[in-house]
Design a protein around this ligand. Structure first.
Ligand SMILES: Cc1cc2nc3c(=O)[nH]c(=O)nc-3n(C[C@H](O)[C@H](O)[C@H](O)COP(=O)(O)OP(=O)(O)OC[C@H]3O[C@@H](n4cnc5c(N)ncnc54)[C@H](O)[C@@H]3O)c2cc1C
Length: 391
């Protein structure tokens, strides 16, 4: 039986970062993963360019039953720390909208950088390795189809349930349950909405239309692209709000943020405009959407024929269009999993289980979920980094 100081299950973002840090401390480290390559999700992240962090990082960008849990790790591993690592390896990056930092060339360079760091820290990685069983006596015993391994500390860095095609499995939750740790409800997040059967017939004709709008639900608000698909709604603003949406909730879309459409109506009336409302709205919105919106919400007629009250009402509804999604798509298309190992079970300083000594959890498997924009990878780096100081 091979004995190590630390075994990490999962060669993804948080597992590799944890391995680098504890390897640098002189711990003997073994990383096990069932995938053929490490960092599969890093590879596909950000459309292959890896949105690896966000310079506007704040605990408010994360969802958790305990919103304070992420604070310690985020304060000890900042975006500038990851940037320093990239600069040390000459990996070029660029800032895109809303503080999002991407690899300037490809995600592959970031994976290569992490693998080189692991190599320098003497970390051993075994890929293509199926975990069969995990036990704890005085130490942890991990049985696999590649042999049986023993370690003093065990880190579970197996990610969430989303994108099973990229190696996600529920093993992290299974191990947590085996050791008596609580898990919060698990839900797909950063995921498109699906219309109910009834609405699909109604909204179907909008498929392919994209607008820049604002979307609100449960006191959260996001601005960005909203895309009507053949199944429902997608686009960055939709993915963002999906993490806050609960079944039965209505979402409210501002079709024309920052445009004072009521002021425009009044100006047109003063000019005695006879333009039909749907034609006027199509000056600001895609024609198909303007026509659809008028057909389903108002009686379209020449602008000069509306009363002041009617125009105020139309303006209110353009800025507050209510839609009730039927559901979200499932884990197959969700970028992340909402929920995870209950943060009450873990030390926010070390990520160690409070119940089981030397058992650690890092990354997405924990009940900490970031918004879209580099926050989830940053949580993986930060939680892996802090755990790596103690394992
Ligand atoms: C399409 C897509 C795009 C994304 N884009 C971004 C982005 O641009 N920016 C961002 O911040 N976040 C992004 N995310 C989210 C981000 O990739 C994850 O939150 C992050 O990778 C989580 O890191 P982790 O280490 O916790 O888990 P992962 O990176 O998922 O790593 C878990 C590892 O555990 C291994 N594993 C799982 N089960 C087993 C098992 N049974 N046996 C052995 N090994 C196992 C997996 O093979 C994997 O290597 C994206 C996600 C998806 C799906």
């Amino acid at each position: 039986m091979i004995k190590k100081d630390v075994i990490i299950i999962g060669a993804g973002a948080s597992g590799l970062m944890c391995a680098i840090e504890c390897g640098k401390r002189g711990r003997s480290v073994l990383v096990l993963d069932h995938a053929k390559k490490s960092g599969k999700k890093i590879r596909i992240s950000g459309g292959g360019s890896c949105n690896f962090t966000n310079i506007n990082m704040s605990p408010t960008n994360f969802i958790s039953n305990n919103p304070h849990f992420c604070k310690s790790a985020l304060s000890r591993f900042k975006p500038s720390d990851f940037i320093a690592l990239l600069e040390k390896h000459g990996v070029k990056y660029e800032e895109r909208e809303q503080g999002q930092l991407f690899s300037a060339r490809s995600s592959e360079e970031i994976i290569q950088m992490l693998e080189n760091e692991c190599n320098d820290a003497g970390v051993n990685i075994i890929l293509n390795c199926q975990i069969q069983d995990v036990k704890k006596d005085d130490s942890f015993i991990v049985s696999t189809d590649n042999g049986i391994f023993e370690s003093e500390s065990l880190v579970i860095a197996t990610g969430g349930l989303s994108y099973p095609q990229s190696g996600a499995s529920g093993i992290g939750y299974k191990i947590a349950k085996q050791f008596g740790l609580k898990i919060t409800d698990l839900k797909p997040a950063l995921v498109p909405f699906v219309f109910s059967q009834k609405d699909l017939k109604i909204f179907g004709e909008l498929s392919g239309i994209s607008i820049d709008g604002t979307i609100k639900c449960n006191k959260m608000e996001f601005r960005g692209s909203i895309l009507f698909t053949h199944r429902g709604l997608s686009g960055p603003a939709i993915l963002q709000i999906s993490s806050y949406w609960k079944e039965g909730d209505t979402i409210v879309i501002d079709l024309l943020p920052e445009i004072d459409i009521y002021g425009i109506f009044v100006a047109r009336q003063l000019g005695k405009s006879k333009t039909d409302m749907h034609n006027l709205l199509s000056e600001y919105l895609p024609t198909r959407l303007a026509k659809f919106w008028c057909d389903s919400n108002i009686q379209s007629k020449p602008v000069n024929q509306y009363t002041e009250k009617e125009l105020k009402n139309i303006s209110h509804h353009v800025h507050n269009w209510e839609i009730k999604p039927g559901s979200t798509e499932d884990f197959k298309t969700a970028e992340v999993t909402l929920g995870g190992i209950d943060t009450d079970e873990l030390s926010s300083k070390t990520m160690e289980s409070k119940k089981v000594k030397c058992l650690y959890f890092t990354g997405e498997v924990i009940d900490v979920t970031g918004q879209l924009g580099g926050y989830n990878l940053h949580w993986a780096w930060a939680s892996g980094f802090v755990a790596g100081q103690y394992v």
